[in-house]
Structures are given as structure tokens and as C-alpha cells.
Design a protein around this ligand. Sequence first.
Ligand code: 13P
Length: 252
Amino acid sequence: MERQPIIAANWKMNKTVKEAEEFMKKVAGRVPATERVQAILGSPALFLHSLVEEAEKNQIALAAQNCYHEDEGAFTGENSPKALHDLGVDYVIIGHSERREYFKETDEEINLKAKAIFRNQMLPIICCGESLEQYEAGETKEWVAEQVRKALEGLSEEEITQTVIAYEPIWAIGTGKTSSAEEANATIKEIRATIAQVASSEVADKVRILYGGSVKPANIKEFMAQSDIDGALVGGASLEADSYIALLEGAF
Ligand code: 13P
């Protein structure tokens, strides 16, 4: 099954609007065609508006890093999925381990957010991953499968087909440590098997599943060479334009 690779930048809470615009100028005209790789840029919500035009010109899909699960209303400080879609945002990253840990995002909330994202014609990038303790206790596959099962609950087969999953072992995020490509692939296979159970093997075959955690231009090829890894969700190494372009070029 040929799945279109994805390289998704997760800028987290970095850059200013001006720095984001400078990044866009530096990548302009250098992004590989979408037939080879889908470039996604997960920017802070504050800059999405100023990036949308250039992103479109360069075939970069924009992602928000979070949204609320209601479309609008009295929810002070939250980002509306309806407004994100209206702005031209294509994807929303949900369930990142930093949001689960620091902002106490639960599996139930992540599931509600996934539904809100589809309701507003965007696609979710659902993150999952185990802690170092869970990894060392050999609990990775069970834990991750459960996170995925809960996140996808109640979604239609068509919605699941379009969902992007990002497997990010928490101990590999921003630490310079990566899971070995083989080990990441084995966990991602387990995620695919879980999707086959909750939907079907045809659906599971089509879902793009990314690896995340200290991915950089020097190791992207190792991950892409694996049977079930369809791309990467990248933090640190996505902040510099040259590095982002090198990651995109490493994905095919
Ligand atoms: P790093 O690439 O900086 O390890 O971050 C990974 C990540 O959390 C992407 O969402």
C-alpha cells in the first residue's frame, strides 16, 4: 500500500510572527511536490493568519497545535475549530504528550477534539506515546494501543482513514535519544493492528502513521526506510528552514 509521506513540523511555543514569516521566505520555492511528500507546518495559533497565504503558495498545509472541542461560545482563551478552518488551517495536532502532561488533556477530551476537527472539515494529527517507565516495564504496545482506541472511538471508517497518528515515545522528545527505527516500526505496526481492530485492515492500510522524537535530517532516512513509518512529526529540527527542507527531501 502506497501511502503519501508526511513531514509535519511542530514548532511548539517558539518563534515570533516576524521569525515565522522569515522562515516562510526561506522555504519559498523549495518545498518538494505533494506527490512526493506532504509538508505540514504546525505553528502557534498566533501566526497562522499571517502564514496562510505563503503556505498555500508553497503547498504547505498548516496545522494548529490544539483546539477546543466546541465550535464557539463562552470558553475564554480557547481556539475555535470553526475559526481555524475558516482561516485556512488543514490539520490540528491533538493529544501531544506536552498537552497531556502540562495541561491535563485526557483521552476523552482528545476524542471530542478529533470529532470537532472532522466536524469542521479539518484532519486530526493524534499523538500517542509512552513514558520512560512504561517503556522500561515493557508496557509500550498496550499503552499506545489503548490511547489510539480511545482517541478514535465513535469516528466513522472514512474519518479514521483520513486521521494521521503520530507515535512519539515521551523519552525521545527533545532529548536527542531516538527509539531505534526497528523498534518504532514495531510499535507503529501495533498501532496499525489496533486500527484494523477498531475499523478494518483496509482502513488500517491507508492511515498515515508518523514517528516523532528527536528526528533530524541525519536520521530521517532510517525511519522512512521502515515498512510502516509514513513520516515524522518534528520539533527542534523543524525550526530552521534549511533543516525543514532537508527533512522533506529525506522523506522520499
Ligand atoms: P523533537 O523533534 O524536538 O524531539 O520533538 C518531537 C515532538 O514532540 C514533535 O511533536
